[in-house]
Design a protein around this ligand. Structure first.
Ligand code: DGL
Length: 271
């Protein structure tokens, strides 16, 4: 079973592409809706909450966990991989979304000018800047925190005229750097791809985070076939939330376009 973790609903956009690309696995999706958003929290809080989710998912029998949340990937992944897994979960792995997107952006950018849009925490962590520099020292990356975009998507206000104005304001200065590639460094921003594309213009490539992550995961699973456990005769999809399961189910229906029945769990005391 593969675990997919996000602070809330947004990671379902990543799950959707993973499920499409790799349908023959069992998946458990966990949204920490009760404690979302993560995007304005401190590194210590994000690490602790992500660690609880990781413990929970490994205890459910996952062989691999994807942090679909950019904020958790930025603030918790490195420490989990380097300090936590070797002692607590040897032989298991947790992957994030930042490296796959940085690899893709560095391969696709011609003029080496990249823009990253993300939450406050992701931008402040500098994780994308670090990762992109590791890919290619010549890359010039400009980041912008867009804290108003998560509530816009959560409240289905994508088509609201005010959203266009907010995007204009966020993007206006960034165009001056003449990026040719944009990373949507937050699970929710994929819902605004069209509007973001309009603001940057058609000559700029907006990466589709879900399909990039899904293709990189496919490649990872091929290279790590020893750890892989395919589903049996019946593939299973399990949806867990720390929030209200009815609210989760109706949001999940919007993201996935099908009926979802989730189960509420408690991560607060989980060690
Ligand atoms: N999932 C978060 C991310 O990708 C966005 C929502 C939040 O702030 O929790 O950064």
């Amino acid at each position: 079973m593969i675990g997919i973790f996000d602070s809330g609903f947004g990671g379902l956009t990543i799950f959707k592409e993973i499920e499409k690309t790799l349908p023959d696995y069992n998946y458990v999706y966990l949204g920490d809706n009760d404690r979302a958003p993560y995007g304005n929290s401190s590194q210590a809080v994000i690490f602790n909450q992500t660690k609880q989710a990781v413990d929970y998912l490994f205890n459910q029998g996952c062989f691999l966990i994807i942090l679909a949340c950019h904020t958790a990937s930025a603030e918790a992944l490195r420490k989990i991989q380097q300090e936590y897994l070797p002692s607590k979960w040897p032989g298991k792995n947790v992957l994030g979304v930042i490296r796959p997107l940085a690899e893709e952006a560095s391969q696709l950018s011609n003029n080496k000018s990249i823009v990253v849009l993300g939450t406050n925490s992701t931008v402040e962590s500098g994780a994308y800047i670090r990762e992109l520099k590791e890919q290619d020292k010549a890359l010039e990356t400009v980041q912008r925190a867009c804290p108003l975009l998560v509530p816009i998507v959560e409240n289905s206000k994508e088509a609201n005229p005010a959203t266009k104005e907010i995007l204009k304001e966020y993007i206006r200065e960034l165009k001056g750097y003449q990026p040719d590639t944009v990373i949507l460094g937050c699970t929710h921003y994929g819902w605004l791809t069209e509007q973001i594309q309009q603001e940057f213009g058609n000559q700029v490539l907006i990466l589709n985070s879900g399909s990039v992550v899904a293709n990189k995961l496919k490649n990872y699973l091929q290279r790590h076939s020893n750890m892989v456990k395919l589903a049996g005769s019946e593939v299973k999809r399990t949806f867990l939330t720390t929030g209200d399961s009815h609210i989760f189910d109706s949001a999940a229906e919007k993201f996935l376009g099908r009926i979802i029945t989730s189960k509420k769990i408690n991560l607060n005391e989980y060690e």
